[in-house]
Design a protein around this ligand. Sequence first.
Ligand SMILES: [Fe+2]
Length: 193
Amino acid sequence: MTITESPARSYGPTPLTLDELVELTRETAREVRAGLHEIHFDAEHRWSVRLRSDTYADVWLITWTRDQSTTLHDHAGSLGALTVVDGALTERVWRVTPEGAGLRDRRLEAGRGVAFPVGYVHDVVNTSATPAVSVHAYSPPLTAMSYYRVDEAGALRRTHSVLTHDPEPDVPTLTEVPTGPRRTDAPGEAVDR
Ligand SMILES: [Fe+2]
């Protein structure tokens, strides 16, 4: 297991470390390989199920058919980790280096575990025809996610945020984050739903 994140960014509001989160996903991946959990694939929407939940962490099983992706997102105030159980995933990570900022791709083969410190922005996609299976853990359990795009100048722009306990939220609960004056909607109508 190789974790390349800076230790200074490896801590969050949780007693669990990134190493422990990766190990949690690896242990659960072994359970999945042993046939202890049902797996389904859905060509329309990524299929997911929460396998475990406690005060400190949620563990999810997610499946990916060809071209299914998360789009660029973060995990709000949660640390995260994933282990690929079967198939392979491509992770597109927003990196800021002395050479500049941008998306870097890395391929995650079966058995590979990676960690996400707070502030980590990535997209995960299955680019191959072979379905993929992965286990994800979040600590503290997810409460929100934000989504991003890379603008014409190559800068990362947040587009909207959702309040969610589910890493595969169906329906956003917050509309696009206003960047200018607030809209003047009908009296009493909430803007940020
Ligand atoms: Fe993620």
